[in-house]
Design a protein around this ligand. Sequence first.
Ligand SMILES: [Fe+2]
Ligand SMILES: [Fe+2]
Length: 263
Amino acid sequence: MKAIDLINAINEGGYAGEVTCDTIKAGSPHKELNKVAITMFATVDTVKKAMEWGADMLIVHEPTYYDHMEVIRKETPVIKAKRELIERSGMTVYRYHDRMHHREVDQIPEGEVYYLGLKGKTEKTPYSASYLFTSDEPVTAMELAEKMERDLNIAHVRIAGTRNKKATKIALCFGTPGGVFDLLQRDDVEIVLTGEACEWMLGEYARDADALGFNKTLIVMGHIGSERDGMRLLAEKLKKAYPVFETKYIECGEVYTYTDTEE
Ligand SMILES: [Fe+2]
Ligand SMILES: [Fe+2]
């Protein structure tokens, strides 16, 4: 199987606009696949780990060169060194973003909900990549945050607003999608899960709502913490579907380090 065959296969059922970031960032579409590595970000570390493993292809979800469409306005020494590292690897690097999100079931929240062990119903909202989830089991924000730190390995989840009231109406706004403030303000939304958030707007709204007696929480998971489990699940799916090549999930780690984390 060649890289392009796998790209076509995973894109089936997904859709992208006329302009999409889902393109090959390096290497050849005709590379024969024996080993496929999957990660959230092509960090220097994940690229090196994929190279050491002998990957022919690296599938990533996010930009490699710090721009959604990978427009390099200025090739700084950092960008040059990274580009040379990736080119030296000979791997085919493919970004799987738009068609991963935009399909009947968005594969990012699917992975997050799966590894969080939540059961319930996910519905679309008017906002791209934001969903409403109704949990079968009522859960508090503290319980959810503890699950995230334990099962999703997020170092520090941030909670603004209500901590200990049971909730079932949860907005899934993983990464940094649109409509997060609108969803937070909806009467039928109790908890909003997101990757990155504007503190003065979203955080303070949740804090005030809670102080005024409403059941309202914003949980900030970090961009990577809120999306990588979709890639983790993708690796599991590919492992089962394509025994013709080896598949490996490579963890990119969170971007921030803390005084109480080792690295
Ligand atoms: Fe994202
Ligand atoms: Fe995403």
